[in-house]
Structure formats: C-alpha cells, structure tokens
Design a protein around this ligand. Structure first.
Ligand code: ATR
Length: 274
C-alpha cells in the first residue's frame, strides 16, 4: 500500500490525514496517510526515516516548507517562485520532487466562491511565506491591481519587486505599509498571521468596493477578527477552509493522478469545526 504523510511541528491537530483519507475513500484508492512530527531544525531526518519505512510522498506544513524547499532534488517552477515546498514526491529513481499547491489551492477556492479576479482590484495583507506562495497564481488571473500591504513595509515592496516580471497585461503591482493603502478593493485577502493572536492590521474603514469579498487564509470554528471587521463594513466574508481542502486535492492529484471532489470533504470539516 502506498504511504503518505504530513510533516509539521506541532502536527497533532493537522486536518490533512482526515482530508486525504476522505479523498482515498471517495476514489476507492488504497493508501495510508499519517501525521508525523519532525524535529524543528531537522526536517531532513524526519523525511529520511519515513522514506526508509516506505514513504512515497508527503505534505509539509509549518515550520518545514523552507527546509523542504532546500532538501529536494527537483523543484517545480511554481515552488521555486514561492520559495517553499508543501508537497514532496519520491521519483522512481529515488529523486525527490518538490512542489507547492498552496497558491493554486487559494485560486481554486476563490473561483469556487466566484470571487472577482480578472480585472479586479486585489489587496493582500501580509508579506511572509504564506503571501509569497500565492502571488504567482493570483497574478495569473490578470487583476487590474494587486497591492501588498504589510506591517514591515519594506518586505511588501521587496515582494512586489520580486514578482514584477509577472504583471504581464498591465496589472499594477505595488507593496507598502497599511497607512499607504489607497482606494477601494474588490477582493481583500488576509495572509498575515495576525488572526492567530486575535489581532487586526490597522486598515482604513473605506476599504471595500460594493460586493467585495474579504477572504482570510486562516480558518477557525468562529469567524476571525478580520472577517468580523470586514463583515461590519459590508463585505462578503469567507475563511481559508476551502483553500486547505483545495491545496490537499492538488497534492493528491500530483501523487495519485486522480482528482477528488472537494465539496463534500469541505462540508465534513465545517461540520466537525462547529
Ligand atoms: P507565514 O509563513 O505564515 O506568512 P511569516 O513569514 O512569519 O509567516 O509572516 C507572518 C506575516 O504576518 C507577516 O506579514 C507579518 O508582518 P511583519 O512582516 O511585519 O512581521 C504578519 N503579522 C504577524 N502578526 C501580525 C500582527 N499582529 N499585525 C500585523 N501583521 C502581523
């Protein structure tokens, strides 16, 4: 039986085993998928142990996405851009392939939600690894403008520079501080980890265009502080549970060449959170 796992530290609360086992059940696919803890500073050791036990592929979550990036033999172009790997695959000759499915997970979920993308004005909050990982697929949707805002403004402007070559058909890409945000946006994505501590970046009140969508890449049983704030200002709000399931489905496809249906699995997770 094919063996897969998710690596993280901590890992006990990961939903990935449940998601992937549900995909396998749905597709009548025979595989095992477990949660594995690796030492914070030695992901390579954790992975080597798993391979010795017959492991063929894995998802990688916090804090290992950069260590996994450095470990692989062959990087997908999108993982190279993202600077991170969330999906590992062992090739037939023992080569290790690394890819990232986070960005496509976000854009698939946004499409499911019929979010404004092409020609839209998009604001993304944060400039860490989570945001870097989604910029390429967002830019591929050809927004009119993509503004990156971050507490440390220099990180946002550096990210905008890094991705300037992908702006193609006239998309305005810029990065700066929260104080520098100007105008209204059709889609505002929170990619900061502020929600984890119940905090909210300092945002202007008139941020949303009519029918704007506010999307938090985090999810929880209750709406995040960002979602509550956005909802009070008239935006439609969504959390990142759908992104979690979509990125998993893309990893599953890379390993198994079969595409699971994501809707029923997202519904199950939502019921479990409640
Ligand atoms: P990740 O890989 O999840 O993106 P990260 O690289 O540590 O994690 O980035 C965390 C992001 O959340 C950063 O954009 C960070 O802002 P800074 O670059 O200024 O540190 C942002 N962040 C974290 N806590 C925040 C808070 N309380 N308010 C605003 N932004 C916050």
């Amino acid at each position: 039986m094919s063996r897969y796992a998710v690596f993280g530290n901590p890992i006990a609360h990961s939903k990935s085993p449940l998601i992937h086992r549900s995909f396998a059940e749905q597709l009548k696919d025979s595989l095992s998928y477990e949660a594995r803890l690796a030492p914070v500073d030695d992901f390579a050791a954790g992975w080597a142990e798993f391979v010795a036990e017959g492991g063929q592929g894995a998802n990688v979550t916090m804090p290992f996405k950069e260590q996994a990036f450095r470990l692989v033999d062959v990087l997908s172009p999108r993982a190279r851009r993202a600077g991170a790997v969330n999906t590992l695959m062992l090739g037939k000759t023992g080569q290790l392939y690394g890819d990232t499915t986070d960005g496509v997970g976000l854009t698939r979920d946004l499409e499911r939600l019929e979010a404004p993308l092409k020609g839209a004005r998009i604001l993304i909050l944060g400039a860490g690894g989570a945001v870097r990982g989604v910029l390429e697929p967002l830019l591929a949707k050809q927004p009119a403008a993509l503004v990156i805002a971050n507490r440390t403004a220099a990180k946002a402007s550096a990210l905008a520079e890094d991705f300037a070559d992908l702006t193609g058909q006239g998309c305005l890409l810029s990065g700066g501080s929260y104080a520098a945000i100007e105008g209204e946006f059709d889609l505002v994505i929170n990619g900061t980890s502020a929600s984890l501590g119940g905090e909210l970046p300092p945002l202007p009140d008139s941020l949303f265009s009519p029918q704007a969508l506010a999307y938090d890449m985090m999810y929880a049983a209750e709406p995040t502080v960002f979602m509550r704030w956005a909802s009070e200002r008239g935006a439609r709000v969504e959390d990142g549970l759908g992104m979690l399931v979509e990125q998993a489905a893309e990893s599953y496809f890379l390993w198994r060449h079969k595409r699971p249906e994501t809707g029923p699995v997202a519904d199950m997770l939502r019921r479990m959170l409640a």
